[in-house]
Design a protein around this ligand. Structure first.
Ligand SMILES: NC(=O)c1ccc[n+]([C@@H]2O[C@H](COP(=O)([O-])OP(=O)(O)OC[C@H]3O[C@@H](n4cnc5c(N)ncnc54)[C@H](O)[C@@H]3O)[C@@H](O)[C@H]2O)c1
Length: 368
């Protein structure tokens, strides 16, 4: 694979494109940076790169002379035993508090990196080179770094920010179709809750056509990263506005856990369900538009789910507060709101919605 990016910005190596100040840490963002400039952000002799086997096979050769720690690929490895292994490897290297752990990968690797770095010696520095669209627009931003426990996703974790996030667009060249779609689920989510203009832009393309428009695509990724960062900066510990980022995730996570869908697919279904609930409660009228966009980006809009099992998972959801759920609804495209819904009526609606689910996909919209 080529080790150079498409059109790096002239200043991209050293001067951050943006810096966001969070409660305990400033994060430098390098949009269109080059992975070859990594040594400007951390010292080779005191840095360990964490990669999964897939990313290592595709891009590992670009990191000559770096100390690379490789873990198996997949969500099933986002667990404590992998963290224990990472910590064991750091101890073996006699890594002290001057060390930096850099996650080069998708959301699984960025979550593991942030979590392991936060607990090792009560916290060492870490940074990210996100390699999937989802990691670029979502997982690497905001400081939530968690691992799964049994069936429960992200049940254990910390909120702690990386020192830098280096966006090298060349990673995207090897991304398979399913991961493009998964990433776009989060891009569509951001557009729904806060960015009607981005929603219109997404509506005028589809996944294949947007992949070929690299300038527009990179601009959209940057816009998403900045949007999420701004929300998190205003509400780092999710007391308020940050909850909007959970649009489609309450039911989505539960359906993902029970039905083995990808994160993006589950979130897509969760967003459709949340928009239907928005129609009932707030008169939202954009569900069809949302379904069209999701399908244009290769995402499902419906899935038969087992309401009883989904509810079991939901009862342990972090978005639940005593007997209420904090559910994100849409007033209109571009305007999300958080509503407290009594757990009992939410559960009743989850059961009804399960009965209405269709097994098949709607016919994809025609694109001009
Ligand atoms: N911390 C957060 O705020 C946050 C937000 C959203 C999602 N997440 C987490 O992110 C994870 C999902 O992330 P993901 O979708 O990136 O999955 P992932 O990290 O599992 O990556 C998916 C697959 O793609 C491969 N891959 C990565 N980069 C590639 C590339 N450039 N080319 C080809 N293959 C590549 C990986 O090896 C892996 O096999 C979930 O665990 C989710 O909980 C975290």
């Amino acid at each position: 694979m080529p080790c150079s990016p498409t059109n790096p910005k002239p200043h991209a190596d050293m001067t951050p494109s943006a810096t966001y100040r969070f409660s305990a840490q400033s994060v430098d963002y390098f949009f269109g940076g080059r992975l070859s400039s990594l040594s400007k952000h951390c010292q080779k002799k005191s840095t360990v790169l964490l990669m999964d086997e897939t990313v290592h096979a595709l891009h590992g050769a670009c990191f000559k002379d770096w100390d690379i720690l490789t873990i198996p690929s997949g969500e099933q490895y986002k667990v404590q035993s992998t963290v224990d292994r990472i910590i064991g490897e750091l101890i073996e290297r006699k890594a002290d508090r001057s060390f930096t752990l850099v996650g080069v990968g998708g959301g699984v690797v960025t979550d593991l990196t942030g979590y392991a770095a936060s607990v090792y010696m009560r916290g060492i520095s870490f940074g990210f080179l996100p390699t999937t669209l989802l990691a670029m627009v979502d997982a690497s931003i905001g400081g939530k770094n968690g691992i799964d426990v049994g069936a429960y996703k992200n049940m254990v974790g910390v909120i702690r920010q990386p020192g830098f996030i280096l966006y090298d667009w060349s990673f995207l060249r090897t991304l398979p179709d399913t991961l493009w779609s998964d990433g776009f689920a989060e891009v569509i989510k951001h557009a729904c809750i806060r960015d009607a203009a981005a929603f219109r832009l997404l509506s005028s393309y589809d996944v294949k056509r947007l992949q070929k428009k690299s300038d527009i695509l990179h601009g959209l990724i940057e816009r998403n990263a900045r949007m999420k960062s701004a929300i998190v900066r205003r509400d780092e510990f999710e007391c308020n506005e940050r909850r909007l980022l959970n649009f489609g995730h309450t039911l989505g996570h539960a359906i993902e856990t029970v039905h083995q869908l990808s994160h993006g697919q589950a979130v897509a279904i969760g967003m459709v369900l949340a928009s239907q609930l928005s129609a009932q409660r707030l008169g939202f009228s954009g569900t069809e538009k949302l379904q069209d966009v999701l399908q244009a980006y290769g995402l499902p809009i419906t899935h038969r789910y087992d309401a009883t099992k989904v509810l079991e998972v939901l009862r342990l959801d972090k978005k639940r507060v005593s007997l209420d759920m904090n559910e994100v609804l849409l007033e209109r495209i571009g305007k999300g709101v958080v509503q407290k819904i009594a757990l009992a009526s939410f559960e009743e609606w989850v059961r009804q919605a399960a009965e209405a689910q269709q097994p098949a996909f709607r016919k994809p919209p025609k694109k001009s």
